[in-house]
Design a protein around this ligand. Structure first.
Ligand SMILES: Nc1ncnc2c1ncn2[C@@H]1O[C@H](COP(=O)(O)OP(=O)(O)OP(=O)(O)O)[C@@H](O)[C@H]1O
Ligand SMILES: [Mg+2]
Length: 383
């Protein structure tokens, strides 16, 4: 059988496709065992979801009730209640559907579960919300049901809220935050894990002294995977599918991607696709793979670019082209990139950070997406 491309960038990493994160896995398992609350944050696509799903699998094997709630699509309090109720349903192990249905009916006090059949005839649970009832009551219902169920089963629990920053976007965000906080702090045997990629939104939720979540959980910034681990991972994945990637080419691949796991997978995927098993893979092949990756990611960058006001575009061009010695807000930089003035540049950068396109570390700004930066340099080089 022809080997299939062993690299993937559009779904979470798992099994053999999961690289390293040993220390992080152990630390998080320790937090879960002690029922700590944790906030995991990182830039986009650093591997938060992949990591937590691996950790949840291990916690489940240790006997924990594991509830994973993805909040990415929620637009209202009702959506939140339903997403959470569904996540709890998935986590329950009750055997036959009828039994699960009975348990759901006893566990919830206000939510009414219904069974429907999906297109393939498989049973699905829906949760009818009562018109006119405050949806916050339903959120409280699920919060307490998780506790009730884990106690009934005599299990400790872990609940993950992925893309938690979405809560901050809801109309009555601070009220929901308050409700979550008041329930969570009485749940001694449940570890709550909040995850998000919009750093400033997550920070606002947890560090603003006026907000209810202030200092209620441990901060866990997820860093990069060490380059040596990524190099060996890529090298091995090529080897196991009968292809020989030179070690130094693997090293340059990881360096070009600045150890960003998503891009390491993306470029490796392109490189695997264009390479043959007949001869070792060289630097030249890698250059082609980087070009191919850029051409595939360009449409996404173009659509982001088109929506940006001129000042933001100019600021990104400046960031992408700055030389190491340049002083960010100096007159020379402002003039070279046509940035109007230092305060205007500063304001544009602040907005870019809020939009999640740039990052600020102390006084240093950078473009978050390494390939977006390459794309800008390719299209808007400034001499
Ligand atoms: N430990 C890992 N080993 C190998 N590849 C990884 C690892 N972690 C992440 N990746 C790669 O990065 C991609 C993004 O990972 P994941 O979706 O877990 O990140 P995320 O931080 O949750 O992203 P987002 O910010 O979009 O929610 C994966 O599809 C995979 O290609
Ligand atoms: Mg994720």
């Amino acid at each position: 059988m022809e080997p299939v491309n062993p690299f993937s960038f559009d779904k979470e990493a798992s099994g053999d496709g999961f690289c390293d994160r040993e220390k992080e896995t152990e630390e998080l398992l320790g937090d879960i065992r002690s029922s700590h609350n944790v906030i995991i944050f990182s830039q986009r696509r650093y591997g938060k979801t992949s990591l937590i799903k691996k950790v949840l699998n291990l916690a489940k094997q240790e006997g924990f009730l594991t509830v994973y709630v993805d909040l990415y699509h929620i637009l209202s309090e009702q959506d939140f209640a339903v997403a959470y109720a569904r996540a709890l349903t998935r986590a329950m192990e009750e055997g036959p559907v009828e039994k699960l249905f009975q348990t759901l009916r006893t566990i919830f006090s206000s939510l009414r579960p219904k069974i429907t059949l999906d297109a393939e005839g498989k049973p699905e649970f829906t949760f009818g919300l009562e018109v006119g009832r405050d949806p916050v009551m339903d959120i409280e219902d699920v919060l307490e049901s998780v506790k009730k169920y884990s106690e009934q089963k005599n299990k400790k629990a872990v609940v993950v809220f992925d893309e938690f920053q979405q809560i901050g976007q809801l109309d009555r965000a601070s009220r929901i935050e308050g409700v979550l906080r008041s329930h969570i702090q009485t749940h001694r045997n449940i570890s709550y894990i909040f995850m998000g990629s919009k750093k400033h939104l997550i920070f606002d939720l947890f560090t603003d002294t006026r907000r209810p979540f202030y200092e209620s959980a441990k901060m866990f910034p997820l860093g990069k995977i060490p380059s040596k681990e990524l190099e060996s991972f890529v090298y091995e994945r090529f080897r196991s599918t009968g292809k020989h990637l030179l070690r130094q080419v693997a090293a340059r691949l990881v360096e070009t991607c600045e150890s960003h796991p998503y891009y390491v997978q993306y470029v490796s995927h392109s490189l695997w696709e264009i390479s043959s098993a007949d001869s070792p893979i060289t630097d030249e092949d890698l250059n082609k793979a980087i070009g191919l990756t850029l051409s595939r990611t360009s449409p996404r960058y173009e659509s982001v670019w088109e929506l940006l006001p001129i000042r933001h575009r100019q600021s990104l061009i400046a960031l992408a082209n700055l030389s190491p010695g340049d002083k960010l807000f100096s007159g020379a930089v402002v003039q070279k990139y046509g940035l109007a003035s230092a305060p205007t540049f500063r304001k544009a950068l602040k907005r870019l950070v809020e939009k999640g396109l740039a990052d600020r570390d102390q006084h240093k700004y950078s473009i978050i997406d390494v390939f977006f930066e390459k794309w800008i340099r390719m299209n808007f080089a400034v001499e």
